[in-house]
Ligand binder design. Structure first.
Ligand code: SIN
Length: 281
């Protein structure tokens, strides 16, 4: 059952995930009961969107801190005075974007960030949307047989597809590629239990999960491929179209997302903070 909201309106944007929150200015100081209600909307809908919010970096950080500790990204280059605020930018001559494969953020670390808040400063005239996919539904729609197979299985994640040699070719937002960079490797459960809702969600990412613990890459590949495809079926998704001042606040514990790279020749400039998370269980 969905919650009732007293401080703003919440309009689902698809049949399975995502809602637009209207009637609130998140650039202002917010009361505890408003913050609790935003958190409830976020837990209910997995990703919530706002339009016409004009946030300085400081105000973006303040909004993030209402929901948790800010997380320092281990790879992405820091710009500006606040290392917590990542500039997610595509210049007109760039060919690649950050987040161009379906993923949850920073899945290679031991305790991946639980959330991200992305704020649009400049958007292309068309395109540059972000898609989100509900990973509770991805898990719940598996057969009982496959659920039993996945129970207790871990996938080994690393950051070799998103950092290190060649990671920066064609990309405006730079990531670590220095000689001291070494992949960070961590195994995470393929099915994780959300610490706040208690629901189970599928947790494998094409961007970071390479094989199942105790199996070879070749043995793991067919089932991983199936899970990657299943996890992003259209009926689990929504699509968000950005304008300057739009904000998306998503839950990495039960959601994947992908940035659509379809606006060549135009600039897109976003600011992102992440919120610290727990070790997946
Ligand atoms: C990301 O993966 O965090 C970037 C998403 C986007 O730029 O739309």
């Amino acid at each position: 059952m969905k919650s009732e909201y007293r401080h703003f309106t919440v309009k689902p944007v698809s049949g399975s995930v995502g809602a637009l929150v209207e009637g609130i200015d998140i650039s202002q100081d917010l009361d505890g009961d408003v913050i609790a209600e935003i958190r409830q909307a976020w837990l209910d809908h997995l990703v919530i969107f706002f339009h016409d919010q004009h946030l300085s970096d400081e105000r973006l950080m303040t909004f993030g801190r209402y929901f948790g500790d800010l997380y320092l990204h281990p790879n992405l280059a820091k710009k500006g005075p606040h290392p917590e605020v990542i500039h997610v930018v595509k210049e007109p001559d760039a060919t690649r974007v950050v987040g161009a494969e379906w993923h949850t953020d920073t899945g290679h670390v031991a305790c991946p960030p639980m959330a991200a808040i992305l704020h649009a400063l400049e958007t292309p005239p068309k395109g540059g949307d972000t898609l989100f996919a509900n990973q509770y539904l991805a898990y719940e729609t598996l057969s009982d047989g496959l659920k039993a197979t996945l129970d207790g299985l871990k996938a080994v994640h690393d950051d070799s597809r998103v950092a290190g040699p060649n990671a920066n070719k064609g990309r405006s937002t730079q990531t670590r590629d220095d000689v001291d960079w070494q992949p960070t490797v961590n195994a995470h459960p393929v099915v994780r239990t959300h610490p706040e809702t208690g629901r189970k969600a599928l947790y494998v990412n094409i961007a970071s999960a390479h094989y199942f613990e105790g199996m070879t890459q070749a043995e793991s590949a067919p089932l991983l491929r199936y899970l990657f495809d299943h996890a992003t079926r259209p009926e689990f998704t929504c699509r968000f179209c950005w304008a300057p001042g739009s904000v998306a606040f998503w839950d990495n514990r039960c959601l994947k997302h992908i940035a659509v790279n379809d606006y060549h020749g135009h600039r897109r400039d976003m600011r992102r903070v992440q919120l610290a998370g727990d070790r997946p269980v």
